[in-house]
Design a protein around this ligand. Structure first.
Ligand SMILES: Nc1ncnc2c1ncn2[C@@H]1O[C@H](COP(=O)(O)OP(=O)(O)OP(=O)(O)O)[C@@H](O)[C@H]1O
Ligand SMILES: [Mg+2]
Length: 496
């Protein structure tokens, strides 16, 4: 029998007496392997790993590490026991710098009672260099890009030198370049004997980097197999419990008149001379590498960033978009890339989060119509298959992917005429992605216009009518007949 470093046996976890997040789940992880953990949103992946890392206590079941029963009362215990975790919801303190975050909770003082910041800073920078990443160590992490934040979270765990390292969706917000680098790091760690548990909704990654894969479904253990003995279709079938043969719904173009016209848009120090149009009933894809200016276009059109020059026309009339208020008044909605910062109030209920952008729709005159608030939220929760016992649950009790769905629901409820979706399916499982594509198709059929930013090229091809390709703040190409294009056609422009 192969050398087993970790066994989790018959783990059960019930939240609030009703949500059975895990039911008698057992897994075995071999020493030095990269072990993938997959399953739909809400399957129990993060909960299982939070138990292993001491963040939650299981109701029953045992954890055995190197043949010894391990009991962790908190994350500190688990850290001492050699367990490191990169949390799915980045766990950084926004007002602190990358260095401060990296060493938070384990600062050492020297014999004069002082923290040696310079030493820590050097250590951090040296470490970042060794893994070929560059991050400004002196500004609050809230000012870093979301990809950089993710790297700080990863670095924080790596600096601990754990024997078992858990990565819960580490690549969700990384660029393809950074993902390549991360995979180099994972291979190096593996060579040095570290065991890795890897959670991802990007099944390609499982086949690229993992040795074995365990599938969870609805809080139950389904299977563990060698990655080389399975394939994507089989995994999806085990994840959703039925066979799924199409990833994208068919789509017929229904583009009409121009609704939005952007002419000669410049932003301070970044976007240069961007012009394009968006038509009613159209999905316009924006492709390009992360950092190429895709998100900046979204933010400029939504009035969130300062504009230097350029004009906007809506339905042929010149309009001013100087603030997000202007944008909302003009019926423009934005699903932001960084959901945690901008999208959600985690202490409020699902229903409140969904309806807050369009209170008019659920009020009659002065009063909120609670019934309508409920029925409208119920509808979206069902449509997007958000996994929750009730719409009155606090958002913080949902799984990562289900929280993402709530942000999306919120913008769908908003009913903007022009909807900008920045990475709409990030962190969302295969089944739910399909539902989201269907909803997008439905919206454009009703005459809305959608701008979709995505790093997933297959998604861009399958959904867009036209594709705009960005490179270093400039619009490099606007391509028709998106469905006939191939990745090469885009990459040619996206890499300059
Ligand atoms: N703190 C909590 N309170 C109540 N319910 C919770 C809590 N944390 C998780 N749950 C519930 O437990 C179930 C499993 O959630 P978990 O976060 O483990 O899913 P996941 O597999 O990580 O999903 P995702 O892919 O969306 O991240 C979900 O139904 C979720 O709503
Ligand atoms: Mg999760």
């Amino acid at each position: 029998m192969a050398d087993c470093i970790l066994q989790m046996r018959d783990i059960t976890k019930v939240f609030g007496g009703i949500v059975r997040a895990l039911e008698n789940v057992s897994i075995e992880v071999r020493r030095g392997e990269v072990h993938a953990l997959v399953g739909e949103n809400g399957a129990g992946k993060s909960t299982l790993m939070k138990i292993l890392s001491g963040a939650y206590k299981q109701d029953s079941g045992d954890i055995i590490i190197d043949g010894q029963e391990a009991v962790f009362h908190n994350t500190r215990d688990a850290t001492h026991g050699g367990i490191g975790i990169v949390f799915q919801e980045l766990n950084l303190v926004p007002t602190l710098t990358a260095v401060e975050n990296a060493f938070l909770g384990r600062l050492e003082i020297n014999k004069f009672g002082k923290i040696e910041w310079k030493k820590l800073r050097d250590k951090f920078l040296q470490f970042m260099r060794s893994i070929d990443f560059e991050i400004n160590p002196d500004i609050p992490v809230s000012e870093l890009s979301i990809a950089d934040k993710q790297m700080v979270e990863i670095a924080k765990a790596l600096l601990l030198k754990s024997k078992i390292l858990i990565m819960d969706e580490p690549t969700a917000t990384l660029t393809s370049e950074e993902i390549k680098k991360l995979f180099v790091i994972i291979r190096d760690l593996k060579k040095s004997g570290v065991t890795i548990i890897y959670i991802s909704h990007k099944l390609e990654e499982v086949f690229q980097i993992c040795d074995r894969v365990t599938v969870l479904r609805d809080g139950h253990y389904i299977s563990t197999q060698e990655v080389s003995q399975t394939n994507k279709a089989k995994l999806i079938e085990q994840m959703v419990g039925r066979s799924v043969d199409v990833e994208f719904p068919p789509r017929a173009s229904c583009a009409g008149n121009t609704v939005l016209e952007i002419d000669g848009l410049f932003t301070p120090g970044f976007l240069r001379d961007i012009s394009f149009t968006l038509r009613r009933g159209e999905i316009l894809g924006i492709a390009g590498l992360v950092g190429s200016g895709r998100t900046e276009i979204a933010r400029a059109v939504f009035g969130a960033d300062k504009i230097e020059k350029g004009s906007f026309k809506i339905n042929g009339n010149t309009v001013r978009i100087a603030s997000t208020m202007d944008a909302k008044r003009l019926s423009i909605g934005l699903l932001p890339e960084d959901r945690k910062d901008e999208g959600l109030a985690v202490d409020y209920s699902i229903a409140k989060n969904i309806t807050v952008t369009n209170l008019k729709k659920i009020s009659n005159g002065f009063w909120l119509n609670r019934k309508k608030e409920s029925s409208e939220s119920e509808k979206l929760v069902k449509q997007l298959s958000i996994k929750t016992p009730s719409i009155n649950q606090k958002l913080s009790s949902l799984s990562g992917g289900n929280q993402q769905k709530v942000v999306l629901a919120k913008w769908l409820f908003n009913e903007a005429d022009i909807l900008i979706l920045d990475e709409p399916t990030r962190g969302i499982d295969v089944g739910a992605k399909y539902e989201i594509y269907l909803l997008m198709n439905e919206l454009v059929k009703q005459g809305k216009a959608i701008i979709m930013i995505s790093s997933e090229l297959p998604e861009i091809f399958a959904l867009s009518d036209r594709i705009v390709v960005m490179y270093e703040g400039q619009l490099r190409a606007c391509l028709d007949n998106a469905q006939d294009l191939k990745p090469e056609d885009i990459m040619r422009y996206a890499v300059g």
